[in-house]
Structures are given as structure tokens and as C-alpha cells.
Design a protein around this ligand. Structure first.
Ligand code: KG4
Ligand code: ZN
Length: 383
């Protein structure tokens, strides 16, 4: 089954083509056009600007994904008209249908079987660009659509690659990005139960806001991480900065990161020398976030008796979180396996959407194009 994945929920326009066969996933192409350089100037994503960029980028990105996939799998029949490969306007060529004359050529060749597209959660105007494009292509190519929850996509970033398809259930997933912060119990493919969530900001949002307070760049997570790594030696005894670990000992599995941000602000306001201590502030801020995430994940894994723990979402790119959670799992459990996506699949991409689409399609989860709509506040529910 060959699937085209499309992702436009925030500030990355992404398209990817994968081939799934008996649980093995082959990535034929993975194209991402990032808007980070544009949004950096404003210190965050401006929805209007993001949507306009998606409109400009979506068709060239899909076109490139199609062409790269063809290179990697020459038997792939592209949905182009005769001579379509030579069309100078890439924006138009993708809209050529799988026309009858290529039907003959389909013998021995492979066709794209379905389109998987992110329908939510995310910025409504950004989501709309991906969803409307997917609808139009599905009509033109006469193939089905699979609607994907962005969070489910992040979870499925762990299923990219052959060995990882053997993941055993029940699995506990800590999925953390700029927009969501969840502990999820996954009993099988498409079977989710939310165990814990943030009651205010997501950890990625806290990283972004904390970085802005420290006058570091956007996105904040990688910046905080970069400065934190520079902090090696403790300063004079007694002067160490200490931030709270919000809700770490609460009885539930929920999180809260907005108070941490305020605590950082107060510390900075009281410290005229803060600009000289950015690495120390960054290190303590990063530790405060990762300590809470790790503590609650281990606690939930103990209570729920899971076989697997997985990390996902943009914040799973954080080196400290990846390493510390891996060693906590090793220290605390003998038989629990730990997975984390390859770095390139941690932040938004369309491979994860296509892979989630593949597993949804195996469960016959197809949405008629006429019923497909964006859902900016979509919650993670079982399929
Ligand atoms: O999944 P993602 O690309 O977009 C959303 O769905 O939100 O996640 C982006 C978030 C941003 O908040 C960014 O600061 C955070 O992930 N992030 C990181 C790192 N890389 C990205 N946070 C901490 N450390 C990182 N290395
Ligand atoms: Zn994301």
C-alpha cells in the first residue's frame, strides 16, 4: 500500500510517500518546507502568515515528494498526464488525474493507494490548506482519504522503521510538543486512553516562552537545550538557581508548566546579573521540565503494568529528556522496552502522518472526501 502523507497543522508544510507491506514501512520520500526563518522574526508562529506560506508551498512540496518517490521506486506510476513530468508549472501537474490512458501502464506498476492528511489539532487556517488540497487530489486521482489526528501522527513516529513494528502493547506514550502534553495508554493500534494531560501550557510552549524571557531565539526548546549544555560548573555555593517542579508529587498524572514560566520571570526580575548566567538558568529550566515529565511517566508505567514506553512529539528531540528517560526506564524496569523516534521524525513531518495512515487503513479507517473537515481542537480518541 503506497500512501501520500500531508501535514500542515502549524508552521511546516510537509509531504511524504511511504510504502507499507506486512507491517514493514519503506520511506520513498520525505519533504518538509519549514517556515521557522519567517516566524523567528516575530518570536512565534503568526497564523495568518503560516497559512499564506502553506498555500504557496503545498503543491511544490507534494510535487517534490512525488518525484523523489519515483526515483526511489521507479515502478511508481505518478498521477501525471502524458509528458506531465516535463510540465513547467509544478503547481498544476499534481492535479492531473490518473487518466485512463495510464491504466495500461499500471500493469506491473504501483499507484498511490490513499492520502493521509492531518485534520487537527492545530491552527485552523493552516490545517485547511492541507485538508482542501488532500480533498482535491483525492477527487482528481479517485483514491480514498484517511484523516489523521496530529498527536496520533507523533505517536506513530515510533513505528517508522522495520524493527519498531514489533512494538508490544500495552504501551505508555509520553507525547509532548508545543501544542500538546499527554500521557497515553495505547492498548493496540488505534486504541488510546489519555492517562494525564497538561492543565495549562504544554512543555514545548513552556520551552518557547522561557526562551523568549531569556531573550533566546525561536523555537525555544533547541535554544534552551543549547545553552543548558554550556552550563558545567556550579557557581559559588549557595547561589544556585532553583526552580519548582510543578505538580511532581500530585496524585494524578497531569502536568502544569505555566507556573514554572512565572517562577523564571520572578527570578530574572530579581537578578540584575541574569544575562551572565543564561546557561545556568537554561539548565535549571530544562531540568525542571524534564524531571516532571520523567517522574510522572515512570510512575504511570509502574501503575499500569505496560510492556513498552515511548516518547514522541517535538520535545522528544530534547537530548536530556531522551537520555534521562532512557536511563530511568533501564534503572526502574527489567522488562519494559523503550522507544524514541529518530531525531528527524520528532518535530512535525509527513512521514509520521503517512505511517499513522497506513495503520488506520489496515483497520479500514477511510473518510469520504465530502465528510473530511478540519478540527482545530481535535482530541485523541480511539479509532
Ligand atoms: O511537534 P512540533 O514540531 O510542533 C507541534 O506540534 O507543536 O513541536 C514543536 C515544539 C516547540 O515548542 C519546540 O520548542 C519543541 O517542540 N522542541 C524542543 C526541542 N526541539 C523542538 N523542545 C526541547 N528541546 C528540543 N531539542
Ligand atoms: Zn507536532
Amino acid at each position: 500500500m503506497i500512501i501520500l502523507g500531508i501535514e500542515t497543522s502549524c508552521d511546516e508544510t510537509a509531504a511524504a510517500i511511504i510504502e507499507g507491506k506486512n507491517g514493514d514501512i519503506k520511506i520513498l520520500s520525505n519533504v518538509i518546507s519549514s517556515q521557522i526563518e519567517i516566524h523567528k522574526k516575530y518570536g512565534g508562529v503568526i497564523p495568518e502568515v503560516a497559512a499564506r506560506e502553506h498555500v504557496l508551498n503545498i503543491l511544490p512540496v507534494i510535487n517534490e515528494a512525488l518525484k523523489k518517490a519515483k526515483k526511489n521506486a521507479p515502478s511508481l506510476i505518478l498521477p501525471l498526464a502524458r509528458g506531465g513530468e516535463k510540465i513547467n508549472q509544478p503547481q498544476l501537474s499534481v492535479f492531473k488525474p490518473y487518466s485512463p490512458f495510464i491504466r495500461g501502464r499500471l500493469r506491473g506498476g504501483k499507484k498511490i493507494s490513499a492520502i493521509a492528511v492531518t485534520v487537527g489539532p492545530g491552527l485552523i487556517t493552516s490545517l485547511q490548506v492541507g485538508v482542501e488540497t488532500a480533498k482535491t487530489l483525492a477527487y482528481a486521482w479517485n483514491i480514498p482519504i484517511i484523516s489523521i489526528n496530529h498527536i496520533e501522527g507523533h505517536i506513530y513516529a515510533n513505528f517508522i522503521g522495520k524493527l519498531k513494528t514489533k512494538i508490544e502493547f500495552p504501551a505508555l506514550i509520553l507525547t509532548v510538543s508545543g501544542g500538546h502534553n499527554l500521557l497515553v495508554l495505547m492498548k493496540g493500534h488505534g486504541q488510546y486512553k489519555i492517562i494525564g494531560e497538561t492543565i495549562d501550557d504544554a512543555a514545548g510552549e513552556a520551552f518557547d516562552k522561557g526562551a523568549a524571557m531569556l531573550r533566546l531565539g525561536y523555537p525555544g526548546g533547541p535554544e534552551i537545550s543549547k545553552y543548558a549544555e554550556k552550563y558545567k560548573l556550579p557557581l559559588i555555593k549557595g547561589s544556585k538557581i532553583i526552580l519548582p517542579r510543578p505538580m511532581i508529587y500530585s496524585k494524578d498524572y497531569n502536568f502544569s508548566f505555566s507556573g514554572l514560566k512565572t517562577a523564571l520571570l520572578y527570578k530574572l526580575q530579581k537578578d540584575p546579573q541574569w544575562k551572565k548566567r543564561i546557561p545556568e538558568y537554561a539548565s535549571e529550566f530544562e531540568s525542571a521540565i524534564t524531571d516532571v515529565l520523567i517522574y510522572k511517566t515512570i510512575k504511570a508505567a509502574k501503575a499500569l503494568n505496560v510492556k513498552t514506553i515511548m516518547l514522541s512529539g517535538g520535545v522528544s528531540a530534547n537530548k536530556k529528556l531522551r537520555l534521562s528517560l532512557a536511563s530511568a526506564v533501564l534503572r526502574e524496569f527489567k522488562n519494559i522496552k523503550f522507544y524514541v523516534p529518530d531525531l528527524k521524525y520528532t518535530t512535525d513531518n509527513a512521514v509520521m502522518i503517512a505511517v499513522a495512515g497506513y495503520y488506520n487503513a489496515l483497520n479500514k479507517k477511510i473518510t469520504p472526501p465530502s465528510k473530511l473537515k478540519t478540527s482545530p481542537n481535535l482530541e485523541l480518541k480511539s479509532n
